[in-house]
Design a protein around this ligand. Structure first.
Ligand SMILES: [Fe+2]
Ligand SMILES: [Fe+2]
Length: 261
């Protein structure tokens, strides 16, 4: 069957050959076009996004029309690990924990435009705002949250999965922006500090959206009850190791909100 060949082709290759496919994916909120990796297969993308069956058929029909404009093509059904998604998003307890952690990270991310607006690299006080924000990013977003993902959650899956490679690359890119931010701060280079803050905001906004709306739900669909229990207990053990770090980080965000708003 002709469409089957394309189901097993990487999305980047398909978009290179048929750029209009990107528009169809965008309309269904499947943002493969800006993805830096793009090696996910079309069939995996369709499965991961878990569209309702009728929308999936519509999307596949549109892609088939782009690839084979002159002929009728039978659309093969994509095998799923579970049935269509429920109307309300609900997560298992361990994944809910990660979603809750995103809330605090998103509160920092939301403050970045104000931080940039008030940015003062000339005074010690001004520089301290960035140093403290970086400290939050490193202690909470990175060591506490991203490490939980990389060291525990992602290990439940094949590490070569493209979607996980993309997530790890986002984490690395975020770390690089933070490092560059501090270097720029040392040089009192206001423009470069703003650029990296901006880039961090954009990256994390998209990254968290991908995890909350796609990745975690897809992972949850593949977990057994035993795996969910194990994951939850591993997360709790990790939380204990961090003591009062999360509380202190939340206090910092409360204060920052008061200062910059
Ligand atoms: Fe992540
Ligand atoms: Fe995350």
């Amino acid at each position: 069957m002709p469409m089957e060949k394309y189901l097993n082709t990487s999305i980047k290759e398909i978009i290179n050959q048929f750029p209009e496919v990107a528009d169809s994916l965008n309309e269904y909120n499947i943002g493969c076009t800006p993805c830096s990796v793009g090696s996910c297969l079309l069939k995996d993308i369709v499965e991961i996004h878990n569209l309702p069956a009728d929308e999936e058929q519509e999307l596949m029909a549109r892609i088939a029309k782009v690839i084979y404009p002159d002929r009728e093509v039978i659309i093969p059904e994509i095998k799923r690990k579970s049935e269509t998604r429920p109307k309300e998003i609900s997560y298992s307890p361990p994944m809910q924990k990660l979603v809750n952690e995103h809330v605090l990270i998103k509160r920092l991310v939301a403050l970045i435009p104000e931080v940039i607006y008030n940015l003062d690299v000339a005074s010690e006080e001004g520089r301290q705002v960035i140093i403290d924000s970086v400290d939050f990013i490193r202690s909470y977003a990175d060591k506490y949250h991203h490490a939980k993902e990389e060291e525990i959650l992602f290990k439940c899956f094949d590490e070569n999965l493209d979607i996980l490679k993309t997530m790890r690359e986002d984490h690395e890119e975020a770390r690089a922006h933070v490092k560059a931010m501090l270097e720029a701060l040392d040089k009192k280079d206001k423009e470069a500090v703003s650029e990296h803050l901006n880039a961090y905001q954009e990256l994390l906004t998209e990254h968290i959206k991908k995890e909350d709306e796609i990745l975690y739900l897809w992972m949850d669909r593949s977990f057994s009850i035993t795996q969910i229990g194990e994951l939850f207990s591993k997360f709790n053990t990790r939380d204990e190791e961090f003591g009062d770090v999360p509380e202190r980080c939340e206090e910092f965000i409360n204060k920052l909100e008061e200062v910059v708003k």
